[in-house]
Every structure is written in C-alpha cells, then in structure tokens.
Design a protein around this ligand. Sequence first.
Ligand SMILES: *Cc1c(COP(=O)(O)O)cnc(C)c1O
Length: 425
Amino acid sequence: MKEMYKNFGIADAVSDFCLEVEASLKDRFEKLDEVAEYNQMKVLAAMQKHRVSAECFNGTTGYGYNDLGRDTLEEVYATCFKGEAALVRPQITCGTHALALALMSNVRPGDEILSPVGKPYDTLEEVIGIRPSKGSLAEYGVTYAQVDLLADGGFDFDGIRNAINDRTKLVTIQRSKGYASRPTLSVERIGQLISFIKEVKPDVICMVDNCYGEFVEKREPLEVGADMIVGSLIKNPGGGLAPIGGYIVGKKECVENAAYRLTSPGLGKEVGASLGMMQSFFQGFFLAPTVVNAALKSAIFAANVFERLGFAVIPNGSASRHDIIQAVTFEKPEGLIAFCQGIQAAAPVDSYVTPEPWDMPGYDSQVIMAAGAFVQGSSIELSADGPLRPPYTAFFQGGLTWYHGKLGIMMALQKLYDANLVKGI
Ligand SMILES: *Cc1c(COP(=O)(O)O)cnc(C)c1O
C-alpha cells in the first residue's frame, strides 16, 4: 500500500499518520457497517416484495402510461421508507425542486408554513419567499414563520407553541444542518419535535427535508411521525448512479397533491415517462446503503485526521452522525484552497484540473469547489467546497467508496503538508 500511496505523491509521514487514525476508528466503523447491513436488508426486502423484474428497466416514452418500472420503484421507495405512497421521478430536477413541489402542492393561499428549526437551506429561501423571488409561495399569499433553535441547539418549545396558529398548515423540518453551524437532527429528535407539534395541532402536515440523511440511521423520519419526507436522487438514495431526480414519500394525500402539481390536475402520477432512467434508479437505490456507509466513514476519518492536527471540525471526531456532511475549519485561505485541491487531485474524473476560488453568482465572497464527479453536481460523490472568508471552512461530503474517500483525505492532507500548513506530523 505504501508504494501505491507514494505513486499518488503521499509522503510516508502523511500515510503513517493517516493509517494510525484509521486504526483507531475500527469500532466506530463496525457500528456503521451494522447500520449499512440493516439498511441493505430493508432495500432488498422492499425490492423482493414488489417483484422487481428485468421488465422494470424498460423505459417508456411519451405520456408514460402504465410504466411498470416507475410504478414499481415508487412502491419500493414507499415500503423501504415506511410511507403510504411515493413519487420518484426524473422529472423532479433536483432537491430544491422536490421540496418546492412538496410545499407548493400541500398549502393554499392564506396558509402559513412554519420552520421550528431555524432558517431553512439557502435555496428554500426563494421558494418560500423569505428572499423575494418570482413565483415564490409569498407571491401566492402563503406566509412563513420561523422559530430558531435555542443557543444550545435545543428546540424552543414555548416559541413553537406560540408560533402555531389557525393558519399553520405545514411544518418544515430540515434534518441535515446543510451548510449552517447548528447540529444535524437525529431521527429520534425529529420524532420528539413532531410529537410536540402534533399535540399542539394534530392536523398540521409535518414535512422533513431528508437531504443527506437517508440511510445514515436505521430509521427514517416517517417512522417517527413525519407525514412527508423529501430528497434528491443525486445525493444518498441515488447511490451515485441516478443521474437526476427527486423523491417525495409519505401520506397518500400529500404525495397525490405533489403528483397533481408535478404533472397536472387530473393526471397526477399516471403520466411521466421514465425515459430509460429506471435501471440506474433501482440499482442506485440498491447500492445506496453501502455508498452512504462509505461517505460516513470518509467524513468520520476526515474529522479525526484534522481534529488531531488541531483544526476545528464539525461534527467533532467522536460525535454520532446523522448526515454525511463534514466541516473542517482552516483559519487561512491557503488551508481551504490546499484541502480542496487535494480532494480534486484524488478524483476519478477531472483529477488533472486545479480548482481555484471564483466569484460565483449569488455569493458575496469567492468560493472554491472541488468535484471530480461522474454525475455533474452530485454531492454523494466525493466533493468539497467553501467560501473564501473567515474562518475558511471547507464543507466536505460524499465518497462512493470508502477507499476513494480515504485517499481524498490523504491527498488533501498532503497538499497542506506540502504547503507547510500542518504541525504535528
Ligand atoms: C442539497 C440540499 C437541498 C437542495 O437540493 P439541490 O439538489 O441542491 O437543489 C435542500 N436541503 C438540504 C438540506 C440539502 O442538503
């Protein structure tokens, strides 16, 4: 192995250090493997129950009536995630689209949406109209209320009770911290929050933004009372193979509402050709538990490597995991840049390019991004990015295989080592 690492330009000191960190993580990795095996069984059982067959991989075109693959895949998702129904489509273009669809189809003018966990993911600000935007829910007379988490990360139960009113129709709960600094919510904590909300108002719809959370734990939010979970297929449940798509799983009525909005009133789930996507959707879902396992190992390995070297990491090296995102803070722009360049250099695609900070539209500082992915923008594949402003934090996620994730971290550390930005190796 040492020779292999050397071929990638990794110094003995760096690989020795990394292998020592890896050895210390054996017990944690065993626990992750147990979760992955459990989730693999869940996926397999759902596929067998719904009799997935070779015919399911035949694509339809045009209207897509009676698309066996599409309909079977939706049953598999519903069974695996414990919902009554599912909408899983290539016509859902991304996670934001899936979330916008779930929201817009389940509220009506005059209703209010509540986020009891603080500010939602950036792109949802425009969907809801927190930032004014064409076509937002605000333009349709849907209002928005927000209750922030307490300073210690806990739920502000009094604030939430006070915020729920006659017009509160839907509560949106984001599982992953995304790129914020609050803790990610465990499924158990989501359950506690939903129980409280349903006590105050039983008929409110509880939607969970499940992005980056699928298959991290043995349970999903529908098992603790959520009415709807929503996510992207170029993250966890696509298993790296789905080239596009999003899903909504949950109560039949919520999913039907979303289908009537995605296609048309009167048409709903009956139309929507699968266009040859079905094999990658099924196969990606089949692989997803082990792909998420690889991404989690990579994240935990990164946390421990950089924590030992004195960098601030969120979550810390020993924290239990509820999503696949890892933040590492470098305090210096050179550190963030070197980290991203190392991740890029380890990629299977575009490894020969060097990422540089650039003025990305919509951001107030320069951003650097590393991604050498098979599917453009896929963040279940090994990727890292961060804004060029203090404290110079890299957000790192993904890794289709643990060995690739590990090499990515080793290459990132090597770049920092080459630039004299680490002490203690
Ligand atoms: C990625 C993500 C989204 C948006 O998904 P896109 O596919 O990027 O549109 C929404 N919420 C969370 C928590 C996410 O991680």
